[in-house]
Design a protein around this ligand. Structure first.
Ligand SMILES: NC(=O)c1ccc[n+]([C@@H]2O[C@H](COP(=O)([O-])OP(=O)(O)OC[C@H]3O[C@@H](n4cnc5c(N)ncnc54)[C@H](O)[C@@H]3O)[C@@H](O)[C@H]2O)c1
Length: 332
C-alpha cells in the first residue's frame, strides 16, 4: 500500500467482481453504484479502470467531484467521447491523466532519457511492432468490437512514439491491413495492420500490430520491438520477452483469460506487470505509484495528458480508416 492511501472504495457494476477485488486488495468499502462510491467523504482521488467503452460517464462524473482522476487507456473509443472529457476538464479546471503504462516500463524510460540527453540527436525515423495471441484478441473484441488491436493495443505504441518524439505530432497516416482468422470469426478486424505515420518535421514512423498469433502463443501480453533512428545515434529495444522462457507441465495462468493455460511462457510479458512474493511488480505498479507521488508530494509524473490521449486516439482511428479505405488520412 502507498503511504498516501488511507482508504479504498471499490465500485463495479458487477457485484461479484466488486466484492472480489475489494477482498483481494483489502478495500474499506465496495458497492455497485458509482455515485455512492464517488461521494463517499473519504474519497479524494479516483481511478477509472472500467472496460474501454465505459470510460466517458464515470470520468465526467469523477471530474465533477473536483478530485484528480486517472483513467486507463484508451481515453475513449470515439473522438466525440474524448472531447466531452476534455471539455469537462477545461470547464472545471480538472486534473485528468491517462494511464499508458509503456511510459513506466524501464526500457522505455531509459529510451526517453537517452533522447533527453541528446544521445540520439534528431529522431528521423522509428518503428514499433506489437504481437499477441488471437486468444486475447477475441477476449477484447467480445467486450466491444470497437476495441480492436489498433485502437486498444497499438495505441500504447502510438502514445509511446508521441512521448518519445515530443513536440512532433503525426500529421499524416497511411496504412494497410490483411484479414484472416479474426475476420473469419465474425469481426471486421484485420489479422495484421501496418502503418506509416509522418510527423510534422517529416520524421517517418512505421507501426504494426498483429493480435492473430496462435492461440497458445507464449506471451501473456505484448511481444514488441521498438527502434529509433536519430541523427547522432540509434536505439534498438527488444521487448519480446524471449529472454525468459519457461516450460511447465502444470500450466501457467493467463492474466486476462481465466480458463486459458499455456505450458510455454515468456515470463514478464504480462502487460501490466506480475505478482512476485506478494507484491505487484512492473509498469502499472510504477505508474500508479508515480501518480500517487504526484498527488501526495506534487512530484511531476510522465502520465499522458488528456490532450496526448485524444491525439493518440485520433491517430489510431486514422490508421484503421486508412487500412479500410486504402487512402491517406491527414490529421488536423
Ligand atoms: N495499462 C495496462 O497494462 C492495461 C492492461 C489491461 C487493461 N487495461 C485497460 O484497463 C481498462 C479495463 O480493462 P480490463 O481488461 O480490466 O476490462 P474488463 O472489461 O475485463 O473489466 C473491467 C471491469 O469494469 C466493470 N465495468 C464495466 N462497465 C462499468 C461501469 N460503467 N461502471 C463500473 N464498472 C464497470 C466490469 O464489470 C469489469 O469488472 C481498459 O481501459 C483496458 O484497456 C490496461
Amino acid at each position: 500500500m502507498h503511504p498516501a492511501v488511507g482508504f479504498i472504495a471499490v465500485m463495479d457494476t458487477d457485484a461479484v467482481a466488486a466484492q472480489k477485488l475489494a477482498k483481494d486488495i483489502g478495500a474499506d468499502f465496495w458497492c455497485t453504484d458509482r455515485h455512492e462510491a464517488m461521494s463517499h467523504p473519504e474519497v479524494n482521488a479516483i481511478i477509472v479502470a472500467t472496460s474501454e467503452h465505459e470510460h466517458t460517464h464515470p470520468v465526467v462524473d469523477a471530474l465533477k467531484r473536483q478530485v484528480p482522476v486517472l483513467v486507463e487507456k484508451p481515453i475513449a473509443l470515439s473522438v466525440k467521447d474524448a472531447d466531452l472529457m476534455l471539455k469537462t476538464v477545461a470547464e472545471l479546471n480538472g486534473d485528468l491523466r491517462v494511464g499508458y503504462s509503456r511510459r513506466y516500463k524501464t526500457r522505455y524510460l531509459l529510451a526517453k532519457e537517452q533522447i533527453i540527453q541528446g544521445r540520439l540527436g534528431t529522431i528521423n525515423g522509428a518503428c514499433a511492432r506489437l504481437y499477441n495471441s488471437r486468444s486475447q484478441c477475441f477476449a477484447m473484441l467480445k467486450r466491444n468490437k470497437e476495441a480492436t488491436p489498433v485502437v486498444d493495443a497499438l495505441t500504447y505504441y502510438v502514445d509511446l512514439m508521441g512521448w518519445l518524439l515530443a513536440e512532433n505530432p503525426v500529421v499524416e497516416v497511411f496504412a494497410r491491413g490483411q484479414k484472416g482468422i479474426i475476420h473469419a470469426a465474425g469481426y471486421d478486424t484485420d489479422d495484421v495492420t501496418w502503418a506509416i505515420l509522418t510527423c510534422r518535421d517529416g520524421a517517418v514512423v512505421n507501426l504494426g500490430v498483429s493480435y492473430a498469433l496462435p492461440e497458445k502463443w507464449p506471451s501473456v501480453g505484448h511481444s514488441a520491438r521498438v527502434e529509433l533512428i536519430g541523427s547522432h545515434g540509434a536505439l534498438l529495444i527488444n521487448d519480446d520477452h524471449t529472454d525468459q522462457v519457461m516450460q511447465t507441465d502444470v500450466g501457467f495462468p493467463h492474466v486476462y483469460l481465466s480458463d486459458h493455460k499455456i505450458e510455454t511462457v515468456f515470463l514478464e510479458s504480462s502487460t501490466p506487470g506480475d505478482w512476485a512474493l506478494g507484491d505487484f511488480l512492473g509498469p502499472i505498479a510504477d505508474e500508479t505509484r508515480a501518480w500517487l507521488d504526484y498527488l501526495a508530494m506534487g512530484k511531476p509524473c510522465n502520465l499522458a495528458t488528456p490532450e496526448d490521449a485524444r491525439n493518440t486516439l485520433a491517430v489510431t482511428l486514422a490508421i484503421q480508416q486508412s487500412a479500410r479505405t486504402g487512402k491517406t488520412v491527414h490529421i488536423e
